[in-house]
Design a protein around this ligand. Structure first.
Ligand code: DGJ
Length: 734
């Protein structure tokens, strides 16, 4: 007997035989499907993950694929990597899970499918959960672990999800780097052995490796063609991704919390919920994978993801700790005069007993330094009102300095081992607060709440975090739960973020962590954007933003015009290039405007006006990466196209500068081949327009032939710049 149950667009294809039901569970998004073999009394298997599959093929899948355990557990016939490993209350290490039931539930724009499992011997339970979106091609997979054994069970390994990937010249693209050099792209073929991508910082998890990867299934990665699976672990703490390739036809991909130094003692009936692993499949190459993730991020995973971001000036590189009312007022006036919409006062505004003059004191003492700001925040809000801009403020709520009133009052609130002096961080005095402690959680929430209650006009918060967990020790958790420290920290933090967001859903909040230390989908539900890097050098940003764009949409990537020479690299890059790079993300400025010439300010004013025109295209459009800076062909290029394909912005940046260098002609992508697009250059510095200015081309021509981009700007020789770049707006005829 064959029976099809239709669940609001999602299909469960069921085959019944006798008392047992052999059922293929199909979890589908508009263009993706995951098929699981789920027969009660047996171990669930994953049969298929890829493009949306026809129902008739689902029926016959078992005949064509190797079925793998949907969630390999340790202890019985499992010589290779596992997703879950435990020590039962009686000391036994083994698990043997069987399906006990399947259920589905509807959520907003998504269906959640749950495979319920139980160990064959122990009262140990596992739910495999899958959330499939109806308006984005992403399936989130996670697990819920529970038991009713007499004593606690220790979780030694607890991945979120597992996926087998058929071998055959599969390549992995992933990000690595370090402070000031985040988001570097690495692409390599998967080879036999175990590849591990992990983080153990405790606080910031994306300076070096990232918790997101893409697999190109058909050989060397292409931006436009070929099958791609992208995966992003939605977690703000330590993570571990593993790809094991050994003696069979599959690569075995596991992703979850990094269990190192984190054994978890699970009490009876406590439910351990892992973070979600977001999965998407695209047959349109790496850019296709990015577009799927970006759409999901904007619609579901990023705070206020469909609201356009304001153009801001941040005070950090302009004045560093040298905050005062007059200086802030001047910066607000300047950004307003250039058309900016928001001013953000960075570090250095707080501390009374210990004023924050540099980075070695005051974190935790979130009271205005009235020496610097005699009129307090109210004085700044008045300035903002006068100049017609919004006001934002910097905080670093998870931290303290040992030189602070907070530390004097609550030395027990910091992470440190008993009987030991803490290892200290930034400024030689920084310490991390113990977010496992509910009193600390309240303190952090109250900091935001008090600021917002007292100054409801605050429009933006930059939430920084500048230290790793350098001391394993919670003064709150009992001795038996010291292994929970990393997990409890991030749970505590998430609780705070949830409270903040419940009360202040429209407040714009930036996740900053010594630059790009918090670019991850664990924080983004609570944050509107993240700071890509403390390195604002436009040339290096081309590389960092390129890598970051694999997984995160432009709306989330804060990208600022800064000074020349650049404060991090010392490189002098023309303002045009700096603007052209910053405009490809969430545009802002991080500069002392009073050191800019009138001509430079005028250039920025025009660029800001033009950014307002292209903002919806950049911040809500689909990305098409065209020419990679990592391919070292002398230039890089990408474009954003609206969903309706009626407007696009094309970015082109030269990455090397040699005479008579033969750069490739860049073909565009993502346009409607039938439509006619008129080309208009933005941020033009030359006297004469490009030959293509104002001309109209079909989408087909632009995608098959591209445009010839002159590799230098035709300027008087003393104005020649070693850094050409172009921004072209393409508008389709109505
Ligand atoms: C580190 C951040 O990444 C910078 O942007 C700046 O906010 C400093 N902290 C302030 O101390």
């Amino acid at each position: 007997m064959k029976q099809i149950m239709k669940l609001s667009g999602w299909v469960l294809a069921a085959c019944c035989s006798g008392a047992l039901m052999a059922q293929n569970v199909v979890v589908s998004t508009p263009h993706n499907s995951l098929v699981l073999k789920a027969k009660e009394g047996e171990t669930p298997k994953v049969l298929y993950y890829g493009g949306r599959i026809a129902e008739s093929d689902v029926q016959n899948l078992s005949a064509t694929v190797v079925a793998h355990n949907a969630f390999p557990v340790y202890g019985m016939n499992c010589p290779s990597e596992s997703a879950l490993a435990v020590t039962h209350a009686d000391g036994n290490y083994s698990l043997d899970m069987m399906l006990t039931g399947t259920s589905t539930r509807e959520e907003n724009n998504a269906t959640v499918t749950v495979l319920e499992m139980k160990d064959r011997v122990y009262p140990f339970y596992l739910n495999l959960c899958y959330r499939a979106y109806q308006d984005a091609d992403v399936i989130e997979a996670w697990t819920e672990i529970r038991h009713t054994e007499k004593k606690p069970v220790v979780l030694r390994q607890f991945a979120s999800a597992y996926l087998p990937i058929r071998r055959g010249n599969v390549w992995i693209s992933h990000l690595s780097g370090s402070w000031g050099n985040e988001g570097c792209l690495t692409q390599e073929a998967l080879t036999p052995g175990l590849q591990v991508i992990k983080n153990r910082d405790g606080v910031r998890n994306s300076h070096s490796d990232h918790a997101e990867v893409m697999f190109s299934l058909e050989g060397q990665p292409s931006e436009t063609n070929g099958e791609v699976i992208a995966a992003a672990l939605c977690y703000s703490g330590n993570y571990k991704l593993r790809v094991e390739t050994h003696d069979d036809d599959y690569h075995h991909f596991f992703a979850g919390i990094n269990e190192e130094h984190s054994p978890y003692t699970l009490k009876k009936d406590e439910i351990f919920v892992t973070p979600e692993l977001a999965l998407t499949y695209s047959s349109e190459g790496l850019s296709g994978g990015s577009r799927n993730l970006h759409r999901w991020a904007r619609l579901h995973k990023l705070a206020n993801g469909t609201t356009l971001r304001k153009i801001l000036l941040n005070s950090w590189e302009g004045v560093y700790f040298d905050i005062n009312q007059e200086g802030m007022d001047q910066m607000m006036k300047d950004i307003a005069s250039m058309g900016g919409e928001l001013f953000v006062m960075d570090d250095g505004w707080f501390g009374q007993k210990y004023p924050r003059k540099t980075d070695n004191s005051s974190l935790g003492d979130w009271i205005v330094d009235t020496e610097k700001l005699p009129e307090g925040i109210n004085g700044l809000l008045r300035s903002a009102r006068n100049h017609g801009v919004k006001f934002g403020i910097w905080i670093e709520p998870e931290m303290a300095n040992t030189v602070s009133e907070l530390y004097e009052k609550h030395p027990d609130w910091i992470l440190k081992a008993p009987e030991r002096d803490p290892v200290l961080g930034r400024g030689g005095t920084q310490v991390v607060l113990d977010l496992a402690n509910p009193a600390v959680q309240d303190f952090v929430f109250n900091l935001v709440d008090t600021l917002m209650n007292r100054y409801p006009e605050i429009d933006y918060i930059k939430w920084d975090a500048n230290m790793s967990v350098m001391n394993h020790g919670s003064q709150y958790l009992p001795a038996t739960e010291q292994g929970h420290l990393f997990i409890a920290y991030h749970r505590g933090l998430e609780q705070v973020w949830k409270r903040v967001r419940a009360k202040y859903p429209r407040l714009t909040i930036q996740a900053c962590a010594s630059g790009g230390g918090r670019a991850n989908y664990g924080v983004l539900p609570y944050f509107d954007e993240f700071w890509v890097s403390d390195n604002t050098d436009a040339l290096q940003r081309v590389y960092m933003q390129w890598g970051t764009s694999y997984f995160f949409p432009a709306i989330a990537m804060a990208s600022h015009i800064s000074a020349a020479p650049n404060h991090q690299t010392g490189r002098t890059i023309p303002l045009k290039y700096r603007i052209d790079v910053a405009m490809s993300g969430r545009l802002g400025m991080e500069i002392q405007p009073k050191h800019m010439t009138d001509e430079e300010k005028e250039f920025c004013r025009k660029a800001i006006a033009d950014y307002k025109r292209i903002r919806p295209i950049v911040q809500q459009g689909d990305i098409y990466r065209l020419l990679s800076p990592y391919d070292r062909q002398g230039a890089a290029s990408l474009m954003y196209v609206t969903e309706r394909k009626d407007e696009a912005v094309f970015f082109w940046w030269k990455t090397e500068h040699f005479v008579n260098q033969h750069l490739p002609r860049v073909r565009m992508s993502g346009l409607d081949p039938q439509r006619l697009y008129t080309v208009r250059e933005l941020n033009r510095v030359e006297k004469y327009p490009l030959a293509v200015e104002g001309r109209t081309f079909t989408g087909r021509y632009l995608m098959e032939q591209g445009l010839e981009i002159p590799y230098s700007h035709r300027m008087e020789s003393h104005k020649q710049m070693g850094y050409s770049s172009r921004v072209l707006l393409l508008e389709a005829a109505k």
